[in-house]
Design a protein around this ligand. Sequence first.
Ligand SMILES: Nc1nc2c(ncn2[C@@H]2O[C@H](COP(=O)(O)OP(=O)(O)OP(=O)(O)O)[C@@H](O)[C@H]2O)c(=O)[nH]1
Length: 516
Amino acid sequence: MVLAELGNQLSAALRNLNESTIVNEDTINTLLKEIGNALSKSDVSMSLIIQMRKNIKEKVKLDQIAAGLNKRKIIRKVVFEELIRLVDPGVPLWKPVKGKSNVVMFVGLQGAGKTTSVTKLAYYYKKKGWSTAIVCADTFRAGAFDQVRHNAAKGKIQYYGSDTEKDPVVVAKAGVDIFKKEGTEIIIVDTSGRHKQDSELFEEMKQIETAVKPDNVIFVMDSSIGQAAYEQATAFKNSVKVGSIIITKMDGNSKGGGALSGIAATGSPIIFIGTGEHLTDLDLFDPETFVNKLLGNGDIKGMLEKIKEVIPEDSSSLKEIAQGKFTLRSMQQQFQQILQLGPIDKFVQMIPGMSQMPQLQGNEGNLKLKAYINILDSLSDKELDGKKPITQKRILAIAQGAGRHPKEVLELLEQHKMFEKLIGGKVPGGMGNMGNLLSKGGPKGLQQLQNMMPPQMMKQMNAAGGMQGLLNSFKNMDMSGLAKMMGGGGGGGNPTAGGNNPFAKMMNGMGGLDLD
Ligand SMILES: Nc1nc2c(ncn2[C@@H]2O[C@H](COP(=O)(O)OP(=O)(O)OP(=O)(O)O)[C@@H](O)[C@H]2O)c(=O)[nH]1
């Protein structure tokens, strides 16, 4: 993950603060030094670091903190606020207006990820019910229009471009006019990549801006840009009215701090981050969530949003779950929905403390899920609905039909039995009531789910058996181990172990949702 190293070092600095026996000026100076070093190693510009250290110093006045107040907590809060300030210039986010044409122009350095992000953004709004279109005004790079054509086709998005017209201003204006006339709500203009030194290309960019009068100019920045970020971003800001930022390739391993300096240079807020090459690899940016993830505190908000996106409130499997039933068909439906969450590894990273686990790279969870879906697809309707038992002979036939090992079929059936028990409320501390929450309440139910999460989640997670075991459970889709570890009691363990532990309940609840 980009900025992972920075996150580790900042977390370590804050841990040192927690572990220090006394808190005095020396403690603060040491902390500031460690934070400064971490930021500097990640390519954050020196002027930003100096400013941040000054701000922290000014806000933390040890001699003015009343006796009895927790100094460490106050310092941590100030550091957190200042980290947020690094990624949040405090400017309101641009929001398109429904029912009118909103023109968005993309600018950025060559290869920053503009064309990819243009399609992702168009797709994002399309999925939310907006009419969207792409205009390719990159007449400079050979193949740019083909790339737009190809990407747009993938997302079934309207597009405009020209194979013959060489003047990008003409193409941009013509495309925007056409889509405006059609009443398209989001019209995104992709422009060619340019470098600070390309004065001609910068002039051309200004002309496109004048011609299409964008409601928002989005500056696309590659997270690996490094120290050059500030200067480059300033050059763009001085030429066109940069209103928002998208940082791309956040799924990579770059240091990432340079991009943070780019934010300061433009004074514009980040609206999205690119987290992969696929159409859906675009995440809304929320400064607080970002810093929480950076410090390994997880992203519960994002996790709930994702669940809300893929599990419809009227899902028949949720209705069944609410009634304490869980058939293999429900399991099949839920697995399919979970796959829509994207890579499971990414999802798991939203859980506190797991964002920086190197073991989470890869796609094993999804492969397992797909294997299970293959097996479930080989079942007959009666078997899926629990109207016919699955015999030994059938297990062999199902395995053959799905192209999987019979052991995996057995494993799946065992998992199903365990979920069935949990959902049926046969396991104390199980998820009987979770199905209700989610199926009846929809988003409200999710809110309740969120409320059930204890603040000391991380502590409990560690106390409950350690990260590695938990991680393995996630990766192996082994809910029984996970439930046991959380004190829940699935899969033949002590069924009463869950007690009133809310975290155990939550994990059991997730078991019912097949999030693992
Ligand atoms: N891993 C990853 N790759 C990305 C992301 N965004 C873009 N890319 C890749 O980055 C490369 C360049 O992306 P483009 O969208 O072509 O970049 P561009 O800014 O339009 O390029 P020019 O038109 O030449 O300026 C492509 O290989 C993309 O697949 C991202 O968020 N993550």
